[in-house]
Design a binder for this molecule. Sequence first.
Ligand code: AMP
Ligand code: MG
Length: 427
Amino acid sequence: MPGGYAHAKLMSSQFPLTPIAEAQARLLAEFSQLTVETVPLAHAIGRVLAETIISQIDLPAFANSSMDGFAVRALDVADAGDKQRVTLKVIADIPAGTHPEGRIGPGQAARIMTGAPIPEGADAVVPVEDTDIGIRSAGVDVPKIVQVHRPAASGANLRPPGQDVCKGDTVLTPGRRLRPQDVGVLAMLGTSQIPVFRQPRAGILSPGDELLPPGAPIEPGKIYDANSYVLRGLVTQTGGLALPLGIIPDDFAAVRQSLDEAIENGVDFLLSSGGVSVGAFDFVRAVLEQAGELTLWRVNMRPGKPLAFGRYRGVPYFGLPGNPVSAYVGFQVFVKPALIKMMGLPQLPRLTRQVRLLEAIESDGRESYLRAYAVREAEGWVASLTGHQGSGNLRSLVQANALVIVPAGVKHVPAGSQAEAWFFDGL
Ligand code: AMP
Ligand code: MG
């Protein structure tokens, strides 16, 4: 067991503050996209497509009517008008889902419904409104003759095969999070099993002797565990799966037992909060140092400096700081990009806007992420901070819709100046 503060001081000097960008790049290099699995179409929404989808068919697969009406030869109705009605003999009735047998000859027509196949010989559809049958025709027996009072050009009101998709077209490419319309087109292609990337599983633990589960009676000196819930939400919101391991005593063996349990359950990475600062009871870092590998500790950021990263039994381990705001920001800055990579998604740039600060900001020179509320005004975005920026004050994050980023090395940002605001929940 490492010996408290003296040891921690020694460690600090071995782990200088790593710049955020460097830490991000180093951590991201530790991850790769997960393996591919197949899911039924009904479970594919929100999953990330893992293979190129090339259509084996045309869509529509066959020429069909886009209107309820009469399939005709355009030539036959070319001169139709109110004063010059063209009378055609109706030789067939073609509801959707049937396959027409006959052929439309000169002077002939077939009643046809939307989506029904165009019979041979016909090259246009006259909408029912342009005939003497009118909209009353639904449910009515097929008439013997039809009078057409408006011409229909060749190709009118029919959808040729391949109008939407041609056989051989690339319809979807890997690395796309499937939306309802994407799954719809997969259904139209007849696909029922979809290759997707496996969802990353995160083992989430909250070490801390002071922690109680919400719902338990409060005790002197204790606090409720918030981070389990925040981290679980962030993991699932990003598209991963959470394995909650609960509150763990500040004890070397207990932390290890919990990590072992997570690994037996097949997690892809481990996520804890707390136990990484320069304190005597910070067991997480000790576990990594003694039973794993600590590759990064302490980042030049505020909040979130004591962030640790390493591997436990080969499994990547993020040791986020315990203060809830630090844990949240640490997740957004480091864990989310890793999750995105494991999921097979491309890294997208942060959603940011330049904002005018309504108040001055003091920093200590670390790259700072300050909770702010930004609104769009006539002349642009303006932002003010949401209360005390202590890293334990989660309410300030509840009130915020953005994080204002102060670059490393900057200690004072005057009121009225421009800054970058990161809209972590969208605009
Ligand atoms: P530590 O790094 O373990 O010393 O934790 C730093 C601060 O974060 C302390 O005030 C802890 O009580 C607090 N903290 C640690 N874990 C949690 C948690 N799961 N929920 C809320 N606060 C926490
Ligand atoms: Mg602790």
